[in-house]
Design a binder for this molecule. Structure first.
Ligand code: ACO
Length: 335
C-alpha cells in the first residue's frame, strides 16, 4: 500500500485590529512639529495618526486586536497553538512580545516575535505558512503591532509626520484539502526578500548592541520611495506567478499603508485599478507591521472584501525587507 499523503491548506478565517484612543490630526501635529496639513496631505495622503498613551504598550494593543480576530474567526482561543507577533517596538528588549500576548490570553502556544519592520506582517505570513504546512501547527494567531511613536524624533519633520501606532491580527487555520475542496483557498503563495546593502536607507540611530539605546528613525526618503515602488510591484508579480494567478484575477490589493503616493504609483505600475486598492493610510499613517492587517480588518468589517475574494498583500520596510502574498479570503460556502 502506498503512503497516504495529506495535503494541507492554510486558510485565513479571522481578522481584528486596534488603534489607540489618542488621535492626532495634521493640524494638531503642526503645533509641535514644524509642518503643515498641506505638506503632509500632499506628500503622503496622511491626515490622522493614533499614538499610544503613556502606559499603553505594544503587547496591550496586540492583545486587543487578537481578541477581535479570535472572535471573528469563531474559534476557541484554546485551539491556538502558534502565536507570531511582527513588531519592531517590543514591550521589552526581551522576552518576545508574543509571549506576553500568550500570557494575557492565558493559553498554551509556541510564541515568538519577527522583526522585519514594515514588512513584518508578510514575513510572519510566510513563516506561519511553512510551520503549519509541515503538518504540526493547526491554528495560528499572527499579529502585526507597533508603537512607532516611541521611535520618532519630533525635531525630524521628514519622518515624524509619517508614522502612527496600532495593531492588527489574523487567524490562520490548517485544513485538510480532502477532495480538493480547499484547492484554491487560503494562502496561495508567499514570497519574501531582504537586501542588507540598503541597511542605511531606513534605520534607527541606536540599538541594544550599538549604544544601549532604542534610537530614532532615520530615513533617506527619496531612495526609500523608489525602492518601495519597484519592490512592491515586483514581489506582487512574483507572488502572482507562484500562485498561477494573473493581476486580473485579484479582487483587491491590500498594500502596506506607508504613503498614498507609493500606493498610487504601484497600482499604476501594475496597471491595476486604484479603486480596487484598499487604502486606510489617511486615517492612521504608517503603522509599520500593523498596517496590512489594520487595512484588511477595515475592508472586511465594512464588507468591501468578502468571503471568497482573492487579495494580494505586499509590504516593504527597513533592511530593506519586502514581500508579497496571494490569499483567497475565508472558506468555501458549502462548509
Ligand atoms: N513639513 C513641511 N516641510 C517638510 C516636511 C514636513 N513634515 N518634511 C520635509 N519638508 C521639507 C524639506 O525640508 C524640503 O524643504 P527644502 O526644499 O526647503 O529643503 C522639502 O520639504 C522637500 O523635502 P523632500 O525630502 O525632498 O520631500 P519629498 O518630496 O522627497 O517627500 C517624503 C518626502 C514624503 C518622505 C518622501 O520622500 C516619501 O514619501 N518617501 C517614502 C518614505 C516612506 O513612506 N517611508 C515609510 C517607511 S518605509 C515604508 O514603509 C515603505
Amino acid at each position: 500500500m502506498g503512503d497516504y499523503v495529506i495535503s494541507y491548506r492554510i486558510i485565513l478565517t479571522g481578522v481584528g485590529s486596534y488603534l489607540p484612543k489618542n488621535k492626532f490630526s495634521n493640524d494638531s501635529l503642526a503645533k509641535f512639529v514644524d509642518t503643515s496639513d498641506e505638506w503632509i496631505s500632499k506628500r503622503s495622503g496622511i491626515r490622522y495618526r493614533h499614538f499610544v498613551s503613556d502606559n499603553e504598550t505594544t503587547s496591550e494593543m496586540s492583545y486587543n486586536a487578537a481578541k477581535k480576530a479570535i472572535k471573528n474567526a469563531k474559534i476557541s482561543k484554546n485551539n491556538i497553538d502558534l502565536i507570531i507577533v511582527a513588531t519592531t517596538t517590543p514591550d521589552n528588549t526581551f522576552p518576545s512580545t508574543a509571549t506576553l500576548v500568550q500570557k494575557k490570553l492565558c493559553i498554551n502556544a509556541v510564541s515568538f516575535d519577527i522583526q522585519a519592520v514594515c514588512a513584518g506582517f508578510v514575513f510572519a505570513l510566510s513563516v506561519a505558512k511553512s510551520m503549519m504546512s509541515d503538518g504540526y501547527y493547526k491554528n495560528c494567531l499572527i499579529i502585526g503591532a507597533d508603537s512607532m511613536s516611541k521611535l520618532l524624533d519630533w525635531k525630524d519633520r521628514s519622518t515624524s509626520v509619517l508614522f502612527g501606532d496600532g495593531a492588527g491580527a489574523i487567524i490562520l487555520q490548517r485544513v485538510e484539502n480532502i477532495n480538493d475542496v480547499y484547492k484554491d483557498w487560503g494562502i496561495l503563495s508567499s514570497v519574501i526578500h531582504s537586501d542588507g546593502q540598503f541597511y542605511d536607507l531606513l534605520k534607527t540611530n541606536g540599538g541594544v548592541s550599538t549604544n544601549q539605546k532604542t534610537g530614532f528613525i532615520e530615513m533617506v526618503g527619496k531612495e526609500v520611495f523608489k525602492h518601495a515602488v519597484d519592490k512592491l510591484s515586483t514581489s506582487l508579480e512574483e507572488a502572482l506567478l507562484s500562485s498561477n494567478k494573473k493581476i486580473e484575477d485579484v479582487d483587491w490589493l491590500v498594500p502596506h499603508q506607508a504613503n498614498q503616493r507609493i500606493i498610487t504609483a504601484v497600482a499604476d505600475r501594475l496597471n491595476f485599478d486604484i479603486n480596487k486598492v484598499i487604502s486606510t493610510v489617511k486615517y492612521h499613517g504608517n503603522t509599520s507591521a500593523a498596517s496590512i492587517p489594520l487595512a484588511l480588518d477595515k475592508a472586511i468589517s465594512s464588507k468591501t472584501i468578502i468571503n471568497g475574494n482573492l487579495i494580494g498583500v505586499h509590504a516593504i520596510g527597513g533592511g530593506l525587507s519586502w514581500g508579497a502574498s496571494i490569499i483567497r479570503i475565508g472558506k468555501p460556502k458549502i462548509l
